[in-house]
Ligand binder design. Structure first.
Ligand SMILES: Cc1cc2nc3c(=O)[nH]c(=O)nc-3n(C[C@H](O)[C@H](O)[C@H](O)COP(=O)(O)OP(=O)(O)OC[C@H]3O[C@@H](n4cnc5c(N)ncnc54)[C@H](O)[C@@H]3O)c2cc1C
Length: 453
């Protein structure tokens, strides 16, 4: 079996290794248009900050290691065309400019996505997106060499808010500008506003409902001002974190099903075309709660589907229901997390839902040093099934989502969680765990509303 893989970061490389493990006789070639592979993009904010001191620590597998492991890896090789009928790729070697054709039995697309950019900043120096290792190094080098004083982050999603911490820790006066009425729009507003309140309370500048219109550069071409519909901001560093576009332009119009540039896949990364698989930021992934493929460009998802592709090619389909939009965020001392469907999502899906948001503490009331911990549960009114959960707090709050992830995945109800046997110790929680408390409140609320009917 001859397998061609395009892309050598999370999705592509995981798929290649999974195929190698499950089908040892497979001949695997990986084409990567860049020169960097197997890096942990999730670590970039900490690398730019200097917490992770060396680039090599971000790299899981070097190209030498990949070759030693029996995979044929070709760097600076861009796949520029594909013929799905003939099962052939056209590849350009950027070192020699040579163009050649290679045939496959099975094809894995792990081509990722690129950052969307605003025309206002085109060709301006001091303006960056953060999507790959070269971007991370460019930002790091710029900060070290140019010592910027004032930054604007355009976009208040997860990446933008993580980078607010990074730049602040580097003593750069930073302003976040978000076009939407709320930052972190994947969360419900009552939860995201808890974080915003804390950040603004600590003096961080987060503007919402504000649109970047233009920018001005100095005579040397370096960004100097960011102009919005509400003001003008001085900035000698701009980071654009406004979203992603899948790297699939070369696949368009060739019979591959796509939705807004993202490749449609089944639960196991299969596309509509035989012998063609896709995973990671270039593809949709099946969400078992939404009951459809959705775009969730996360490292977790790229790794998962990459691994599954290797198993599927070997004729194995391990039990897997799909993902459910689980995500974690840590910024300064605050932690936030979610899984499943929010109120916003439940409304959009036309579900008959309700929710509770409870304020508890992360330690027993009498234990010193505790802080507020918030849990939100969204549930289906008729069945009490927990559709989704969101949490916010400090120190350990984020990982409290994992129990809720399992509950949502398993289809548990608020009744199940109200008396669930959670462990207890005063420095970590209360005798009634916060999840018991939230679920108990939801049961009481749901009983009342059901009695009303
Ligand atoms: C700053 C940052 C923080 C993040 N934090 C988190 C986090 O905390 N948790 C989380 O789950 N996820 C996080 N992510 C997301 C996660 O890193 C990505 O989802 C993941 O890296 C996607 O991997 P991928 O292999 O699909 O795509 P990519 O990493 O984009 O790799 C695709 C590769 O394909 C190559 N390629 C593209 N087109 C071609 C072609 N035509 N020919 C040959 N090669 C090609 C590209 O050069 C690239 O190397 C973060 C991402 C960033 C940038």
């Amino acid at each position: 079996m001859k397998v061609l893989v395009i892309g050598a970061v999370a999705a592509g490389l995981t798929a290649a290794y999974s195929i190698r493990k499950n089908i040892p006789e497979a001949k695997i070639t990986i084409y990567e248009k860049g020169n960097d592979i197997s890096y942990g993009a999730c670590g970039f904010p900490y690398y730019i900050e200097g917490l992770i001191e060396e680039e090599r620590k971000l790299i899981a597998k070097t190209s030498e290691r990949v070759k030693e492991d029996g995979l044929r890896l070709l760097l600076a090789h861009e796949v520029v065309d594909v013929d799905f009928d003939k099962k052939e790729l056209t590849v350009k070697n950027h070192k020699t400019q040579e163009i050649f054709v290679d045939a496959y039995d099975e094809l894995v697309l792990g081509v990722g996505a690129s950052a969307l950019r605003l025309p206002a900043f085109q060709k301006m120096k001091g303006v960056f997106a953060l999507n790959n290792l070269a971007d991370a190094n460019a930002i790091k080098n710029y900060i070290e060499e140019m010592k910027p004083q004032k930054a604007v982050i355009v976009g208040g999603g997860n990446k933008g808010i993580e980078l607010l911490e990074t730049l602040t820790l580097l003593a750069i006066d930073t302003q976040v500008i978000e076009f939407m009425p709320h930052i972190l729009s994947i969360y419900d507003e009552d939860v995201s506003s808890l974080l915003v309140r804390e950040l603004r309370g600590e003096g961080h500048k987060i503007n919402t409902g504000e649109k970047v219109l233009d920018a001005k550069a100095n005579e040397k071409g370096f960004v100097e001002k960011v102009i919005t519909d509400q003001g003008i901001y001085e900035a000698d560093l701009v980071l654009e974190t406004i979203g992603l576009r899948p790297n699939t332009a070369f696949l368009e119009g060739k019979g591959l099903d796509m939705e807004r540039g993202a490749i449609k896949t089944t639960l196991y990364g299969e596309t509509n075309l035989p012998h063609v698989y896709a995973a990671g930021d270039c593809a949709l992934i099946y969400d078992h709660l939404m009951e459809k493929p959705v775009y969730l460009p996360l490292g977790t998802n790229a790794n998962k589907v990459g691994k599954l592709i290797g198993l599927v090619l070997a004729g194995k389909k391990p039990p897997f229901k799909g993902v459910q939009g689980s995500a974690l965020l840590k910024v300064f001392e605050f932690e936030m997390a979610m899984t499943g469907i929010t109120d916003k999502g439940a409304k959009a899906l036309g579900k008959d839902y309700d929710s509770v948001l409870v304020r508890t503490r992360n330690k027993s009331g009498y234990y010193p040093g505790g802080s507020e911990f918030f849990v939100k549960l969204t549930y289906e009114k008729l069945t009490g099934k927990v559709l989704g959960a969101q949490v916010f707090g400090k120190e350990g709050a984020g990982l409290r989502i994992q129990g809720l992830v399992a509950s949502v995945y398993a289809g548990l109800t608020i009744e199940d969680l109200a008396y669930m046997d959670f462990g207890y110790i005063p420095p970590l929680n209360s005798v009634w765990d916060s999840i018991n408390v939230a679920a108990g409140k939801a049961v009481a609320q749901n009983t009342l509303s059901t009695e009303d009917i």
